[in-house]
Structure formats: structure tokens, C-alpha cells
Design a protein around this ligand. Sequence first.
Ligand SMILES: *[C@@H]1O[C@H](CO)[C@@H](O)[C@H](O)[C@H]1NC(C)=O
Length: 245
Amino acid sequence: MNSLILCVVTLATISNCLQLPSSFQKCDRRRTDFNQCLSKAIHGAITSLEKPLKSHGLPSLYDVVFPPNLFIEFGNSTYGLKQQFKNLRFTGLSNPQDVTARMDFGPVTSTLTIEATYSEIKWSSEWNAEGTMVLLPLNVVTPVEVVLVEPVFTLKFDLQEYERGGTYFKVVGSGFDIQARSFRFDFKKLFSNEGLNREFNSAMTEKGSEIIALFQHVLQIYAPFFGAMFDGFLEKVPVAELFDG
Ligand SMILES: *[C@@H]1O[C@H](CO)[C@@H](O)[C@H](O)[C@H]1NC(C)=O
């Protein structure tokens, strides 16, 4: 169907019907190489989001700054350490080396899985700690950076179709996972003693994978954020615009 006509017709009923951005490749779901095409298309789309795409409600993926209500908190300030990570941020997500995407079409729910491989991604936040470390009293606020070395980000979106003067997808579930070869920790000013600070970061880095494994479940806080980001796009672009066939 001519997509322009589809959008014009739909425009009468709702205000935000958009075509696929010209920088996004359109794939034919009837073809056997659909997932390969989709992988290329999504790789291109992620790369183009070096800059935001305001028309389609998509922010820049180069520097993803999470809202202040998204934070990580655990620990006990009397026995142990109460810790809070806030102002969370990923830098470099617009620059994947490789992307594998797969769409599993179901009768009710279809699932899109995206695996993006990077050489390096920087995660940063502000760390707030109150309590004791071993037995040493600690009360500190410091920036922290973690470099994820050769990470693979996996995003999953469960999609359901609905009618709104055209068929659209809605994100009804989302998943998020990170695997990486190693993690380089850098608490900028945890201790005033620079030597101790440096040695502490190097000890953390040595055990990086073990530490991250403990907090794998915490990563789920990111899933709804990416789900909502994608949903904002799908709300504007009808299914017939996303794929041929
Ligand atoms: C910390 O944990 C102890 C032992 O479970 C508990 O008695 C105490 O109230 C906790 N303190 C805070 C500030 O939550």
C-alpha cells in the first residue's frame, strides 16, 4: 500500500502518524532473510541515533541520561553501607560494532530481540554512601565510572498489535541484559588518600565480573525505560510503515 496515502487517511483520525524515518531501512517480513535485513536496519537506526530524532520522539543514544527517579539503592547504614547510585548514564550506545536482531511473530504477542555488541561502553553515576566499609566509617559522595569492556547489550520487547485508524504495535513487556568481558571500576574520590583510592579501584576491577554478577537483577530497572522509549516511536509509526508484507 502506498504509505503516504495510509498516513494521510489516518491523519484524519489521529494527529501523529509518521512514515519510517528516511535513515531507517524497511524490511519485507515475507522474505526468508527478514531477520538479517532487520539486523542491518536496526544497526543503521541505532547508529543514526548518534543525534536525536525529535520528529519521532527518539533521544540520542550517544549519551543516555536516565531520569532522577531511576536509581539503585541497597545496604544498611548501621551495619554495613547504605549505597545509592543516581544520575545514571550510559555513553556510547549509538556506536555498536555489530547488531543481531530477530523478530518472532506470534498470534497475539510478537517478540523483538536485539543484541548489540560494542568494544566499550561507559556507565557513570553519582555514588552516595553512608555507614561502614569493613569497620571503617564512611560517608561520601563521589562520581563513579565503570567501563564495560566488549559488552553485549540484549534488549527484548514484547509487542502487541492494536487498531487506531491503522494497525500499531504497543510494547507490553521488555527485558534488558548486559554481558561483558570485563568491567573497569573508577570511583573518583572514594578515599582522600589517592594511593588507596587507586588500589581500591584496581582491586574492584580485578573482581569486576564477580561484582556485576551479584547485581545482574538490578539491571532490570533499565528495561521499562527502553521499553517506553521504543513505545513512543511505535505509537507514531504504523506497522505497515515498519515492514513490507
Ligand atoms: C540495619 O540492620 C540491622 C540488623 O538487621 C537492623 O537492626 C537495623 O535497624 C538496620 N538499620 C537501618 C538504618 O536500616
